[in-house]
Design a binder for this molecule. Sequence first.
Ligand code: ZN
Length: 487
Amino acid sequence: MSPRAAKTQAKPLRAGIYDRVSSDRRGDARSVAEQQAGNRAATDANGWDVALTAADNDVSASRFANGKARPGWESIVAAIEADQIDVLVLWEPSRGSRELVAWATLIATCRSRGVMIHVTSHHRTYDPTVPRDWRSLAEDGVDSGYESEKASERIKRSMAANAIAGRPHGRVPFGFERVYDPATKALIAQRAHPDQAPVVLEIFRRINAGEPIVAVTRTLNAAGAVSTTEGTPWARENVRRIALSPLYIAKRRAGGELLDGNWPALVDEATFWAVTRRLNDPIRKTTRPGRARWLLSYLARCGVCGATLAGIPAKRGRPASYRCGGGTVHVSIGQQVLDDHVVVNLVAKLADPGYCAEILAAADPVGLGAQGEVEALEAQLEEFRDLAGQGELTAISLARVEAGLLPRLAAAQARAAAAAVPAALIGLLDLEGGAAEVLLRFQEMPLPARREAIRAVMTVKVNRAANRGDNRGVDTSRIEIGKAQRP
Ligand SMILES: [Zn+2]
């Protein structure tokens, strides 16, 4: 008999009731009094004893309301942890907490303490130790987390009016310094910092030239460049954040818009947007969730005929598999078996510092320079085509321009391709956390990027099973991992 079942028989369950209304949803939220009545009625109807009631009013539970005290909520959590209640009674999940992490923690705490969660507006009591209930509760947290994001968007929009004035505010961004009136202490201007601004420029220049963030970070540290936090070396996240910040083209993001600031730009817009494009890996943008689910279809090959393998969905109890996509089915192998084997091999390779060094060394400066050249030539070409489109340039002139630019572009593209670090690998190289971090990052990548990464590192071949009966077995010895050909 479970401890809770024992408790149930001994005496009525002890309920902790929590009521709250947050001010940013006044329009559709019930008042505290209404919630209290509903929660109290539910508690009575279930025959629970009220061990504790707590309420917070006008305090947002979301993560966008940091630092505000929630005394009622805290007393409820303390009571759960002290085993003083058996059932937590809420009006709706978002009354509990609209912060996803806090909500997940609460569910986990309730589960470990054997505390049930009654959601009055659902007319339901959930038992977090039951997987189905746990999932419902967790999903509710995700939904209300989304609500909170939307509320935050609304707040940001109203802040936009402030931002339109274009005054710098908040922390002084790296690369700038602020000048104040010595008498009034009023801000006079934000201007380029003599030591930091050159570092910002260097970051943009290098990334624009195709250098991976990890290499840029290393160079900055090797050169002892002044960093965002005095005395500490550059971290990749900081380099990336700077490279994506519109502050350096004198703009600020507000409510999804870019607003002009009244400070000087450190970087020209063409460079800034080229860098943004480069860092927002195009592979990510073409992801259509739910479309492709095969990690290795049309990528792994048949060891007999060399055709690529096709994914065969699970059917009538048979697990999903890959099989030779040529005319004859030479080989067939379980999807999970092949996927797992390939991922393990890939992670081991990418976690090897020697291998990372090899890839980064292949990205020689000439090739990296060529990547920058490609972008520049493409931009020029686009500009001329725009001019022609607007009638500012005749068709003949355009043809002449193209005749000059296209061969240069092709040559630069060839050089860049030979030396570039594949985009899908950039985020996987040289990670401090070793294999575990490589695996984590890899799994977070969208499927097309994961496939790209595999393609860039290895070839996969599946040979015939020695024993015909073992086609779907776990025998991995017939999987042949080879080295990817550098283009
Ligand atoms: Zn075949």
